[in-house]
Design a protein around this ligand. Sequence first.
Ligand code: GDP
Ligand code: MG
Length: 556
Amino acid sequence: FPVENIRNFSIVAHVDHGKSTLADRLLELTGTIDKTKNNKQVLDKLQVERERGITVKAQTASLFYNCEGKQYLLNLIDTPGHVDFSYEVSRSLSACQGVLLVVDANEGIQAQTVANFFLAFEAQLSVIPVINKIDLKNADPERVENQIEKVFDIPSDECIKISAKLGTNVESVLQAIIERIPPPKVHRKNPLRALVFDSTFDQYRGVIANVALFDGVVSKGDKIVSAHTQKTYEVNEVGVLNPNEQPTHKLYAGQVGYLIAGMKDVTEAQIGDTLCLHKQPMEPLPGFKSAKPMVFAGMYPLDQSEYNNLKSAIEKLTLNDSSVTVHRDSSLALGAGWRLGFLGLLHMEVFNQRLEQEYNASVILTTPTVPYKAVLSSSKLIKARRAVQKNMIFIDQNRVMLKYLFPLNEIVVDFYDSLKSLSSGYASFDYEDAGYQTAELVKMDILLNGNTVEELVTVVHKDKAHSIGKAICERLKDSLPRQLFEIAIQAAIGSKIIARETVKAYRKNVLAKCYGGDITRKMKLLKRQAEGKKKLRKIGNVEVPKDAFIKVLKTQ
Ligand code: GDP
Ligand code: MG
């Protein structure tokens, strides 16, 4: 396939603006999938994507399109829109020369429209603005055109107005892809350089690497080497994604496809790695910035005997989602497990759900926390406000873009939901890392009859300590069984008690069912009670069942 007839592009948009629907129409128009079928977000292959109706994984599809007697190869990469998955977006963009920026004709420019535009702009890609959903009653494409001109400096006559749902004017999107997006700049005569931009693990075939070829050719039987590990492999299969895998004889520079080369171990296929021919090793391609996790949570097997199974499930899933970081960890209460880093809360939930659905794992996930750096100096004396306004841009009369500096832990858990309900769903939100800031944080201990519970020590902001401490004490009260004596549950900062709950005394009378004086039966029951207690952890004189920790530590 001549390089000048290849276009590599991606579709980016704010969530729900219609990327996946537009992808369906493009697949139909190019005959890649059958038009008669009731196609709905066909690129969303994962169960979690179907259930939540969102895209979490970038997907690749190769389309063939005839235009003025020439056949074109269009490689489409559908991307997730939610802020937590922008790492997927930026990785996909490295294999593209242009993007379709889809904007809802009713909602106009939203937070992730802006974020995605700048990802594409920084990567110096051609941006084709597509105003979607013009069939809606309240659609106002002219207003959106003006927004696009004002915010992105793209002339309004470059906007293509479509209805992805009805298929209206989608042909002109294909035309624009051919006219406005340049072919990839690649060299077929040079030795092979293939960028691994994604990979998945197949139980039977091992690692399936998604590759973009920048130089050369690769075919079945070639001996290749990984620039990252220096290991060599023989290529078993190459092909394109249509959107399902379709083997081909060769892949040429400019093409996007997949490659299977007997990589059996999940650690062998690094995303961002460059694959070269064994006999002609080359300088590796730049690769990717590694993702920076923002939210951390502990993950433990529900049963310790499941540890090894869960370990292998996590390894396989992180291969497919390389933005998750994994460190071994252990907890007094929950046993051996891991500390996982995610890009956001939704990302964490989706990862958890995929573990359950795709790997049948049952796990305990602890309440997420964000990273802090502790500096031991008097500068914490500085009064830090929790949010600082940075700038404000009016997108049009009705919409304004506000930029704030926020402490991450304030936005991580429920900020997005509160913002949505406060603004009746009108506001949208995106964030990027602004580095560490000083803040007045305190270490909060949870005490049971005066003894610290190591498992429950947390770092919180001074102003929030009271309410968080109170909530933890209440949850603990609900999950602690009554014991022979009263239990004081306290939250403390240093020596200062900030919250307290009490569990009243109660005697569990195991002898109640013993009528006569049968001493052996009495002893047996008392022994059984003692054994039951071994599953408990003793903190001072208070016995805490594993359950109670799980209830306090778990999300929700
Ligand atoms: P994505 O999150 O950007 O991938 O958006 P989807 O393609 O999943 O679409 C989100 C919702 O908008 C779905 O319910 C679609 O049926 C709907 N939708 C997409 N395009 C159009 C359109 O042109 N007109 C109308 N009325 N609805 C659309
Ligand atoms: Mg989608």
